[in-house]
Ligand binder design. Structure first.
Ligand SMILES: [Mg+2]
Length: 243
């Protein structure tokens, strides 16, 4: 009976949004069974205004995968945050409808009943939201999502970038799939998911500490000068060095 109850509790938790892939990968990292390099983004910026989409294209990026909440919008909002409105249009101009896709751990997942938020975002932002479809089950970033590769069969990670504000989901996911990873600091605390906020407070200092110890993101050919106007990780390193 206990086992049955456990299954029911687990299934309920999963339906409520638990991220098994995130928990699994976090555990493997803690046990030293996964590469800590995957926790380090190629560049960390204040927000997407510090990224040059044309320079990304010139460096060989053809597909931009992007998180939504706290990367372009305030959490749970359907409109681009006012400080990023122009930049969002710049990205769309450079990469186009077919060269950008929104990959969220809420919209388009099993938590998004009837995909209502995915559809709302597609209407307001004018981009596709990845549906975590058949074969992906309940998996979320940082799990490999098969639907993505069925949509971008002719591309490799060398030609793709991942933009996002979370380390254990966005950055790890992009690095595991050989993409260029650009991490954004928190856009706004308003409406932030409490669990995400708690994990963020732990994962960001961990990332900085690893960077100070010399851990770097996996090699990516598009990680060249000029793709971003700043790198917060390098600034942290200098602050530490000159203390
Ligand atoms: Mg986010």
């Amino acid at each position: 009976m206990k086992d049955i109850n456990l299954v029911i509790v687990l299934k309920t938790k999963m339906a409520q949004g638990i991220n098994l892939a995130g928990i699994g990968y976090g555990t493997r990292l803690a046990l030293g069974l996964a590469s800590k390099r995957n926790m380090i983004p190629h560049v960390s910026v204040t927000n997407m205004n510090s990224v040059d989409p044309e320079a990304l294209y010139d460096a060989g990026i053809r597909v931009v995968c992007s998180d939504v909440d706290n990367t372009w919008t305030a959490p749970k909002e359907a409109l681009v945050h006012h400080v990023l409105e122009d930049q969002f249009e710049n990205f769309k101009c450079v990469f186009g409808y077919k060269g950008m896709i929104l990959v969220s751990n809420s919209a388009g997942t099993i938590d998004d009943k009837g995909y209502t938020r995915a559809e709302e975002l597609e209407q307001t932002l004018g981009l596709r939201v990845l549906r975590h479809g058949k074969g992906d089950g309940r998996w979320k970033k940082p799990a490999n999502l098969k639907r993505l590769w069925s949509m971008f069969q002719s591309y490799s990670g060398d030609q793709m970038a991942m933009l996002g504000d979370r380390i254990l989901t966005d950055v790890v996911w992009g690095n595991r799939l050989d993409m260029l990873t650009i991490h954004s600091a928190l856009l706004t605390e308003e409406g932030d998911n409490p669990t995400a906020a708690k994990i963020r407070k732990k994962e960001f200092p961990q990332m900085v500490e690893l960077y100070r110890k010399g851990v770097r993101a996996p090699y990516h050919p598009a990680n060249v000068d000029g793709i971003c106007t700043e790198n917060l990780l390098e600034e942290e390193l200098k602050r530490h060095t000159f203390k």
